[in-house]
Design a protein around this ligand. Structure first.
Ligand code: SF4
Ligand code: SF4
Length: 455
Protein backbone atom coordinates (compact mmCIF):
# COMPACT_ATOMS: atom_id res chain seq x y z
CA UNK A 1 0.00 0.00 0.00
CA UNK A 2 1.28 3.47 -0.78
CA UNK A 3 -0.52 6.36 0.87
CA UNK A 4 1.19 8.93 -1.37
CA UNK A 5 -0.01 7.52 -4.69
CA UNK A 6 -3.12 5.83 -3.27
CA UNK A 7 -2.01 2.50 -4.78
CA UNK A 8 -2.82 -0.79 -3.12
CA UNK A 9 -1.64 -4.05 -4.69
CA UNK A 10 -1.40 -7.76 -3.99
CA UNK A 11 2.09 -9.22 -4.51
CA UNK A 12 3.45 -12.75 -4.41
CA UNK A 13 5.71 -14.00 -1.65
CA UNK A 14 8.89 -13.75 -3.73
CA UNK A 15 8.28 -10.06 -4.54
CA UNK A 16 7.38 -9.39 -0.89
CA UNK A 17 10.73 -10.81 0.22
CA UNK A 18 12.59 -8.62 -2.27
CA UNK A 19 10.72 -5.52 -1.18
CA UNK A 20 11.26 -6.25 2.50
CA UNK A 21 15.00 -6.06 1.86
CA UNK A 22 14.70 -2.46 0.70
CA UNK A 23 13.04 -1.56 4.02
CA UNK A 24 12.32 2.19 4.32
CA UNK A 25 15.63 3.39 3.01
CA UNK A 26 16.62 4.44 -0.50
CA UNK A 27 18.45 1.15 -1.04
CA UNK A 28 16.88 -0.64 -4.03
CA UNK A 29 17.74 -4.37 -4.26
CA UNK A 30 19.24 -5.44 -7.56
CA UNK A 31 16.33 -7.84 -8.20
CA UNK A 32 14.00 -4.86 -8.58
CA UNK A 33 14.51 -4.51 -12.28
CA UNK A 34 12.76 -4.82 -15.62
CA UNK A 35 9.01 -5.29 -15.44
CA UNK A 36 8.90 -5.17 -11.64
CA UNK A 37 10.74 -1.85 -11.58
CA UNK A 38 8.43 -0.41 -14.26
CA UNK A 39 5.30 -1.53 -12.39
CA UNK A 40 6.53 -0.18 -9.06
CA UNK A 41 7.40 3.14 -10.69
CA UNK A 42 4.10 3.39 -12.57
CA UNK A 43 2.12 2.65 -9.38
CA UNK A 44 4.01 5.32 -7.43
CA UNK A 45 5.97 3.00 -5.09
CA UNK A 46 9.34 3.79 -6.58
CA UNK A 47 10.91 7.15 -7.41
CA UNK A 48 14.19 7.90 -9.12
CA UNK A 49 15.37 9.99 -6.15
CA UNK A 50 14.35 11.25 -2.75
CA UNK A 51 14.12 14.70 -4.35
CA UNK A 52 11.56 13.50 -6.91
CA UNK A 53 9.37 11.96 -4.21
CA UNK A 54 9.76 15.11 -2.08
CA UNK A 55 8.50 17.25 -4.95
CA UNK A 56 5.35 15.11 -5.33
CA UNK A 57 4.76 15.39 -1.61
CA UNK A 58 5.27 19.16 -1.63
CA UNK A 59 2.74 19.54 -4.44
CA UNK A 60 0.17 17.48 -2.52
CA UNK A 61 0.80 19.60 0.60
CA UNK A 62 0.33 22.80 -1.43
CA UNK A 63 -2.96 21.56 -2.94
CA UNK A 64 -4.02 20.48 0.53
CA UNK A 65 -3.40 23.99 1.92
CA UNK A 66 -5.25 25.62 -0.97
CA UNK A 67 -8.25 23.35 -0.47
CA UNK A 68 -8.11 23.90 3.30
CA UNK A 69 -8.78 27.60 2.79
CA UNK A 70 -12.09 26.72 1.15
CA UNK A 71 -13.22 24.55 4.09
CA UNK A 72 -15.49 26.54 6.41
CA UNK A 73 -13.57 27.79 9.45
CA UNK A 74 -14.66 26.26 12.74
CA UNK A 75 -15.19 28.76 15.55
CA UNK A 76 -15.75 27.51 19.07
CA UNK A 77 -17.40 29.62 21.77
CA UNK A 78 -16.18 28.45 25.17
CA UNK A 79 -19.14 30.03 26.92
CA UNK A 80 -17.68 29.21 30.35
CA UNK A 81 -15.10 26.89 31.88
CA UNK A 82 -17.47 26.04 34.72
CA UNK A 83 -19.34 22.74 34.63
CA UNK A 84 -22.16 21.20 36.64
CA UNK A 85 -20.62 17.70 36.44
CA UNK A 86 -17.44 16.23 37.93
CA UNK A 87 -16.61 13.43 35.48
CA UNK A 88 -13.99 10.95 36.64
CA UNK A 89 -11.83 11.46 33.52
CA UNK A 90 -12.32 15.21 32.95
CA UNK A 91 -9.25 16.81 31.35
CA UNK A 92 -10.27 20.35 32.29
CA UNK A 93 -9.55 19.87 36.02
CA UNK A 94 -8.62 23.12 37.71
CA UNK A 95 -10.00 25.32 34.87
CA UNK A 96 -13.49 24.37 35.95
CA UNK A 97 -13.02 26.55 39.02
CA UNK A 98 -12.93 29.58 36.73
CA UNK A 99 -16.65 30.38 36.66
CA UNK A 100 -16.50 33.39 34.37
CA UNK A 101 -19.12 33.46 31.62
CA UNK A 102 -18.69 35.22 28.28
CA UNK A 103 -20.24 38.69 28.37
CA UNK A 104 -22.46 40.19 25.72
CA UNK A 105 -19.69 42.50 24.49
CA UNK A 106 -17.30 39.52 24.32
CA UNK A 107 -19.79 37.73 22.06
CA UNK A 108 -19.92 40.83 19.82
CA UNK A 109 -16.13 40.97 19.65
CA UNK A 110 -15.89 37.25 18.92
CA UNK A 111 -18.29 37.63 15.97
CA UNK A 112 -16.24 40.63 14.74
CA UNK A 113 -13.13 38.44 14.90
CA UNK A 114 -14.92 35.65 13.01
CA UNK A 115 -15.87 38.05 10.18
CA UNK A 116 -12.35 39.40 9.97
CA UNK A 117 -10.66 35.98 9.99
CA UNK A 118 -13.18 34.47 7.54
CA UNK A 119 -12.72 37.34 5.10
CA UNK A 120 -8.97 36.88 5.29
CA UNK A 121 -9.51 33.19 4.53
CA UNK A 122 -11.54 33.74 1.38
CA UNK A 123 -14.98 34.36 2.90
CA UNK A 124 -16.22 30.78 3.45
CA UNK A 125 -19.23 30.51 5.79
CA UNK A 126 -17.98 29.83 9.33
CA UNK A 127 -19.30 26.97 11.45
CA UNK A 128 -20.03 27.78 15.07
CA UNK A 129 -19.77 25.37 17.97
CA UNK A 130 -20.80 26.02 21.59
CA UNK A 131 -18.51 24.26 24.05
CA UNK A 132 -17.21 24.60 27.61
CA UNK A 133 -16.84 23.66 30.52
CA UNK A 134 -20.55 23.25 30.03
CA UNK A 135 -22.21 25.70 27.62
CA UNK A 136 -25.73 24.88 28.81
CA UNK A 137 -25.68 25.57 32.56
CA UNK A 138 -29.07 26.47 34.01
CA UNK A 139 -28.56 30.10 35.06
CA UNK A 140 -30.47 33.07 33.72
CA UNK A 141 -27.29 34.92 32.70
CA UNK A 142 -25.83 31.94 30.82
CA UNK A 143 -29.12 31.37 29.04
CA UNK A 144 -29.12 35.03 27.95
CA UNK A 145 -25.60 34.67 26.52
CA UNK A 146 -26.44 31.42 24.70
CA UNK A 147 -29.55 33.15 23.31
CA UNK A 148 -27.42 36.05 22.05
CA UNK A 149 -24.96 33.68 20.32
CA UNK A 150 -27.80 31.73 18.67
CA UNK A 151 -29.54 34.95 17.57
CA UNK A 152 -26.34 36.26 16.01
CA UNK A 153 -25.72 32.93 14.26
CA UNK A 154 -29.25 33.03 12.87
CA UNK A 155 -28.96 36.60 11.59
CA UNK A 156 -25.61 35.83 9.94
CA UNK A 157 -26.75 32.40 8.62
CA UNK A 158 -23.92 30.59 10.42
CA UNK A 159 -24.67 26.90 11.13
CA UNK A 160 -24.33 26.04 14.80
CA UNK A 161 -23.87 22.91 16.89
CA UNK A 162 -23.69 22.45 20.64
CA UNK A 163 -21.44 20.08 22.59
CA UNK A 164 -23.14 19.60 25.94
CA UNK A 165 -23.21 17.08 28.78
CA UNK A 166 -26.99 17.10 28.21
CA UNK A 167 -27.95 17.65 31.83
CA UNK A 168 -29.94 20.87 31.25
CA UNK A 169 -31.42 20.19 27.83
CA UNK A 170 -34.92 20.67 29.22
CA UNK A 171 -34.06 24.16 30.58
CA UNK A 172 -32.66 25.20 27.18
CA UNK A 173 -35.17 23.40 24.98
CA UNK A 174 -37.21 26.50 24.08
CA UNK A 175 -34.04 28.27 22.84
CA UNK A 176 -32.60 25.30 21.00
CA UNK A 177 -35.84 24.56 19.18
CA UNK A 178 -36.42 28.24 18.31
CA UNK A 179 -33.06 28.55 16.56
CA UNK A 180 -31.70 26.28 13.86
CA UNK A 181 -29.21 24.25 15.91
CA UNK A 182 -27.68 21.75 13.48
CA UNK A 183 -27.04 19.12 16.10
CA UNK A 184 -26.50 18.48 19.77
CA UNK A 185 -23.63 16.32 20.95
CA UNK A 186 -24.57 14.67 24.24
CA UNK A 187 -22.70 12.06 26.30
CA UNK A 188 -23.89 8.85 27.94
CA UNK A 189 -21.18 6.51 29.20
CA UNK A 190 -23.16 3.34 29.78
CA UNK A 191 -26.31 2.05 31.44
CA UNK A 192 -27.49 4.02 34.50
CA UNK A 193 -25.21 2.58 37.24
CA UNK A 194 -22.12 2.76 35.03
CA UNK A 195 -22.81 6.23 33.67
CA UNK A 196 -23.62 7.58 37.13
CA UNK A 197 -20.29 6.34 38.53
CA UNK A 198 -18.42 8.29 35.83
CA UNK A 199 -20.48 11.40 35.16
CA UNK A 200 -21.81 12.76 38.42
CA UNK A 201 -22.82 16.16 39.88
CA UNK A 202 -20.56 17.81 42.46
CA UNK A 203 -22.74 16.28 45.22
CA UNK A 204 -22.00 12.80 43.86
CA UNK A 205 -25.48 12.26 42.41
CA UNK A 206 -25.63 10.63 38.98
CA UNK A 207 -26.72 12.53 35.85
CA UNK A 208 -28.18 9.65 33.79
CA UNK A 209 -31.92 10.27 34.34
CA UNK A 210 -31.74 14.01 33.57
CA UNK A 211 -29.78 13.38 30.35
CA UNK A 212 -32.15 10.63 29.18
CA UNK A 213 -35.14 12.90 29.80
CA UNK A 214 -33.38 15.68 27.84
CA UNK A 215 -32.70 13.35 24.89
CA UNK A 216 -36.34 12.19 24.89
CA UNK A 217 -37.54 15.80 24.79
CA UNK A 218 -35.03 16.86 22.15
CA UNK A 219 -35.94 13.99 19.82
CA UNK A 220 -39.65 14.62 20.34
CA UNK A 221 -38.92 18.17 19.15
CA UNK A 222 -37.16 16.89 16.05
CA UNK A 223 -33.66 17.93 17.12
CA UNK A 224 -30.65 15.94 15.92
CA UNK A 225 -28.75 14.13 18.66
CA UNK A 226 -25.22 12.82 18.26
CA UNK A 227 -24.67 10.58 21.28
CA UNK A 228 -21.05 10.11 22.31
CA UNK A 229 -19.99 7.24 24.55
CA UNK A 230 -16.56 7.88 26.05
CA UNK A 231 -15.03 4.45 26.41
CA UNK A 232 -12.10 3.16 28.44
CA UNK A 233 -11.22 -0.06 30.25
CA UNK A 234 -13.74 0.71 33.05
CA UNK A 235 -16.90 0.84 30.92
CA UNK A 236 -16.20 -1.02 27.66
CA UNK A 237 -17.85 -4.24 28.84
CA UNK A 238 -21.14 -2.43 29.50
CA UNK A 239 -21.58 -1.23 25.91
CA UNK A 240 -24.01 -4.07 25.01
CA UNK A 241 -26.26 -3.02 27.94
CA UNK A 242 -26.23 0.58 26.72
CA UNK A 243 -27.04 -0.61 23.19
CA UNK A 244 -30.04 -2.58 24.57
CA UNK A 245 -31.19 0.52 26.44
CA UNK A 246 -30.95 2.71 23.30
CA UNK A 247 -32.85 0.18 21.18
CA UNK A 248 -35.58 -0.12 23.85
CA UNK A 249 -35.99 3.66 23.99
CA UNK A 250 -36.73 3.73 20.26
CA UNK A 251 -34.29 6.62 19.73
CA UNK A 252 -32.84 5.06 16.56
CA UNK A 253 -36.24 4.94 14.92
CA UNK A 254 -36.53 8.75 15.01
CA UNK A 255 -33.83 8.92 12.30
CA UNK A 256 -32.43 11.89 14.23
CA UNK A 257 -30.16 9.95 16.55
CA UNK A 258 -26.65 8.55 15.97
CA UNK A 259 -24.63 6.85 18.72
CA UNK A 260 -20.83 7.11 18.44
CA UNK A 261 -18.13 5.41 20.43
CA UNK A 262 -14.93 7.33 21.13
CA UNK A 263 -11.98 6.56 23.37
CA UNK A 264 -11.29 8.73 26.43
CA UNK A 265 -8.24 10.81 25.51
CA UNK A 266 -5.49 11.79 27.87
CA UNK A 267 -4.24 15.25 26.96
CA UNK A 268 -1.34 14.90 29.35
CA UNK A 269 -2.78 17.14 32.03
CA UNK A 270 -4.06 14.45 34.38
CA UNK A 271 -3.10 10.99 35.59
CA UNK A 272 -6.18 9.11 34.40
CA UNK A 273 -5.04 5.53 33.92
CA UNK A 274 -7.93 3.71 32.26
CA UNK A 275 -7.43 5.02 28.69
CA UNK A 276 -7.31 2.42 25.92
CA UNK A 277 -6.04 2.78 22.38
CA UNK A 278 -8.31 2.74 19.35
CA UNK A 279 -6.85 -0.63 18.40
CA UNK A 280 -7.71 -2.07 21.84
CA UNK A 281 -11.20 -0.63 21.55
CA UNK A 282 -11.79 -2.10 18.10
CA UNK A 283 -10.34 -5.44 18.99
CA UNK A 284 -12.58 -5.72 22.10
CA UNK A 285 -15.60 -4.54 20.13
CA UNK A 286 -15.12 -7.07 17.37
CA UNK A 287 -14.66 -9.84 19.95
CA UNK A 288 -17.89 -8.83 21.68
CA UNK A 289 -19.73 -8.51 18.36
CA UNK A 290 -19.70 -12.29 17.92
CA UNK A 291 -22.36 -12.71 20.62
CA UNK A 292 -23.55 -9.15 21.14
CA UNK A 293 -24.79 -8.11 17.72
CA UNK A 294 -26.69 -5.16 19.21
CA UNK A 295 -23.29 -3.38 19.27
CA UNK A 296 -23.74 -2.79 15.55
CA UNK A 297 -25.83 0.28 16.32
CA UNK A 298 -22.65 2.17 17.25
CA UNK A 299 -20.45 4.10 14.86
CA UNK A 300 -16.87 3.40 15.91
CA UNK A 301 -13.62 5.15 15.02
CA UNK A 302 -12.30 3.95 11.71
CA UNK A 303 -14.83 1.22 11.08
CA UNK A 304 -18.57 1.01 10.69
CA UNK A 305 -20.66 -1.84 9.40
CA UNK A 306 -24.00 -0.76 7.99
CA UNK A 307 -26.92 -2.72 9.36
CA UNK A 308 -29.36 -2.65 6.49
CA UNK A 309 -27.54 -4.23 3.54
CA UNK A 310 -24.38 -5.60 5.15
CA UNK A 311 -22.23 -3.16 3.14
CA UNK A 312 -19.22 -1.46 4.72
CA UNK A 313 -18.97 2.23 5.19
CA UNK A 314 -16.03 4.14 6.64
CA UNK A 315 -16.64 6.07 9.82
CA UNK A 316 -16.78 9.86 9.76
CA UNK A 317 -15.07 9.93 13.16
CA UNK A 318 -11.45 10.92 13.56
CA UNK A 319 -9.20 8.30 15.11
CA UNK A 320 -8.73 4.69 14.15
CA UNK A 321 -6.24 5.80 11.50
CA UNK A 322 -4.85 2.77 9.77
CA UNK A 323 -7.99 0.71 10.05
CA UNK A 324 -9.81 3.53 8.24
CA UNK A 325 -7.75 2.63 5.12
CA UNK A 326 -9.18 -0.87 5.19
CA UNK A 327 -12.72 0.36 5.79
CA UNK A 328 -12.37 2.86 2.96
CA UNK A 329 -11.05 0.13 0.66
CA UNK A 330 -14.04 -2.07 1.47
CA UNK A 331 -16.56 0.74 1.22
CA UNK A 332 -15.21 2.72 -1.75
CA UNK A 333 -12.58 0.48 -3.39
CA UNK A 334 -9.76 2.91 -2.59
CA UNK A 335 -7.72 4.19 0.34
CA UNK A 336 -8.20 7.76 1.69
CA UNK A 337 -6.10 10.64 0.31
CA UNK A 338 -2.77 11.38 2.06
CA UNK A 339 -3.09 13.05 5.49
CA UNK A 340 -0.69 15.94 5.64
CA UNK A 341 -2.18 17.46 8.79
CA UNK A 342 -4.10 15.90 11.61
CA UNK A 343 -7.06 18.22 12.23
CA UNK A 344 -8.70 21.63 11.87
CA UNK A 345 -6.55 23.13 14.65
CA UNK A 346 -3.69 23.00 12.13
CA UNK A 347 -5.83 24.55 9.41
CA UNK A 348 -8.55 27.01 10.30
CA UNK A 349 -10.21 26.56 13.68
CA UNK A 350 -10.32 29.06 16.54
CA UNK A 351 -11.72 28.93 20.07
CA UNK A 352 -12.79 32.03 22.02
CA UNK A 353 -12.74 31.71 25.80
CA UNK A 354 -14.53 33.69 28.55
CA UNK A 355 -11.26 35.40 29.55
CA UNK A 356 -10.82 37.05 26.14
CA UNK A 357 -8.16 34.66 24.78
CA UNK A 358 -8.07 32.86 21.43
CA UNK A 359 -6.90 29.26 21.01
CA UNK A 360 -6.71 27.01 17.98
CA UNK A 361 -8.31 24.04 19.76
CA UNK A 362 -11.01 23.92 22.43
CA UNK A 363 -9.31 21.01 24.19
CA UNK A 364 -6.26 23.06 25.09
CA UNK A 365 -8.04 26.26 26.05
CA UNK A 366 -7.68 27.66 29.58
CA UNK A 367 -3.89 27.49 29.55
CA UNK A 368 -3.06 31.07 28.69
CA UNK A 369 0.47 30.16 27.64
CA UNK A 370 -0.99 28.07 24.80
CA UNK A 371 -3.28 30.83 23.46
CA UNK A 372 -2.58 32.38 20.07
CA UNK A 373 -3.68 35.87 21.10
CA UNK A 374 -6.79 37.63 22.32
CA UNK A 375 -10.08 38.83 20.82
CA UNK A 376 -11.21 41.04 23.70
CA UNK A 377 -11.16 44.00 24.09
CA UNK A 378 -9.78 43.87 20.54
CA UNK A 379 -8.49 41.23 18.16
CA UNK A 380 -4.74 40.78 18.62
CA UNK A 381 -3.49 37.48 17.20
CA UNK A 382 0.08 36.35 17.80
CA UNK A 383 0.91 35.60 14.17
CA UNK A 384 4.12 33.74 15.07
CA UNK A 385 2.29 31.28 17.33
CA UNK A 386 -0.55 30.93 14.86
CA UNK A 387 1.81 30.14 12.01
CA UNK A 388 3.50 27.50 14.21
CA UNK A 389 0.13 25.75 14.62
CA UNK A 390 -0.88 26.07 10.99
CA UNK A 391 2.50 24.87 9.73
CA UNK A 392 2.56 21.72 11.84
CA UNK A 393 2.34 18.80 9.44
CA UNK A 394 4.03 15.49 8.64
CA UNK A 395 6.45 17.56 6.54
CA UNK A 396 7.57 19.69 9.47
CA UNK A 397 7.64 17.32 12.47
CA UNK A 398 11.11 15.75 12.34
CA UNK A 399 10.11 12.20 13.32
CA UNK A 400 7.09 12.21 10.98
CA UNK A 401 9.25 13.15 7.98
CA UNK A 402 10.93 9.75 8.07
CA UNK A 403 7.94 7.72 9.27
CA UNK A 404 6.41 5.27 6.80
CA UNK A 405 2.97 5.71 8.38
CA UNK A 406 3.02 9.50 8.17
CA UNK A 407 0.54 9.96 5.31
CA UNK A 408 -1.99 7.74 7.02
CA UNK A 409 -1.41 9.23 10.46
CA UNK A 410 -1.13 12.99 9.90
CA UNK A 411 1.26 13.49 12.84
CA UNK A 412 -1.16 13.02 15.75
CA UNK A 413 -2.87 15.51 18.03
CA UNK A 414 -1.07 18.85 18.25
CA UNK A 415 -2.84 19.80 21.49
CA UNK A 416 -1.61 16.60 23.15
CA UNK A 417 1.93 17.30 21.86
CA UNK A 418 1.93 20.78 23.37
CA UNK A 419 0.25 19.74 26.57
CA UNK A 420 2.43 16.68 27.21
CA UNK A 421 5.83 17.97 26.12
CA UNK A 422 5.48 21.73 25.68
CA UNK A 423 6.59 21.17 22.08
CA UNK A 424 4.01 21.51 19.33
CA UNK A 425 6.34 19.75 16.92
CA UNK A 426 6.59 16.58 18.98
CA UNK A 427 4.99 13.56 17.19
CA UNK A 428 1.93 11.94 18.78
CA UNK A 429 2.00 8.39 17.42
CA UNK A 430 -1.30 6.58 17.66
CA UNK A 431 -0.52 2.98 16.74
CA UNK A 432 -1.40 3.51 13.10
CA UNK A 433 0.63 0.53 11.93
CA UNK A 434 -0.99 -1.74 14.55
CA UNK A 435 -4.43 -0.47 13.50
CA UNK A 436 -3.62 -1.18 9.86
CA UNK A 437 -2.42 -4.71 10.57
CA UNK A 438 -5.40 -5.32 12.80
CA UNK A 439 -7.76 -4.19 10.02
CA UNK A 440 -6.05 -6.40 7.44
CA UNK A 441 -6.24 -9.42 9.76
CA UNK A 442 -9.86 -8.81 10.59
CA UNK A 443 -11.12 -8.26 7.05
CA UNK A 444 -8.66 -10.36 5.03
CA UNK A 445 -11.35 -12.44 3.30
CA UNK A 446 -13.31 -9.32 2.35
CA UNK A 447 -10.17 -7.58 1.09
CA UNK A 448 -9.42 -10.62 -1.12
CA UNK A 449 -12.94 -10.39 -2.54
CA UNK A 450 -12.40 -6.71 -3.44
CA UNK A 451 -9.23 -7.65 -5.33
CA UNK A 452 -10.94 -10.55 -7.09
CA UNK A 453 -13.69 -8.17 -8.25
CA UNK A 454 -11.13 -5.66 -9.57
CA UNK A 455 -9.20 -8.45 -11.34
S1 SF4 B 1 2.98 10.91 14.81
FE1 SF4 B 1 4.23 9.05 14.88
S2 SF4 B 1 3.14 7.54 13.63
FE2 SF4 B 1 2.31 9.57 13.16
S3 SF4 B 1 3.48 10.26 11.39
FE3 SF4 B 1 4.50 11.07 13.16
S4 SF4 B 1 6.09 9.58 13.70
FE4 SF4 B 1 4.63 8.56 12.32
S1 SF4 C 1 -5.49 19.46 18.25
FE1 SF4 C 1 -6.01 17.42 19.05
S2 SF4 C 1 -7.71 17.80 20.47
FE2 SF4 C 1 -7.52 19.62 19.20
S3 SF4 C 1 -8.98 19.26 17.52
FE3 SF4 C 1 -6.94 18.52 16.85
S4 SF4 C 1 -6.94 16.33 17.34
FE4 SF4 C 1 -8.62 17.27 18.50
Amino acid sequence: MNALSGAIDVIDEKTAKILERSDDSWFVPIEIDGELRETLTARGYLYRSEFEEGEVLKKIAKDHDEKAHKIPGRFIFIVTYACNLRCSYCFQGEFMRNNRIMTSSMVDKAFDAISEVSERNGGSVPEICLFGGEPLMATRHQKEIVKKILEDCESKHYPVRVITNGVELEYFLDLITRFDVKNLQVTLDGPKEVHDRRRMFSNGKGSFCKIVRGIDLALRNNLRIELHVNVDSDNIRYLPDLADFIVKKGWLETGQFTPYITTVKNFGCGDYRSCITECELLSELYKMLVNKTQLRIFVVPGGYVKLSDGQYSSSPLPGGYGINCIMSLLAHGKIPPPRIKNCGAQINSFAFDPCGYVYTCGQISGRKEFSVGSYYPKLALDERKLIEWRNRSVLTVRECKSCRMSLICGGGCAAAALSKSGNLYCPQCTQVEENLKFGIGLFLDDIKKVFQEIA
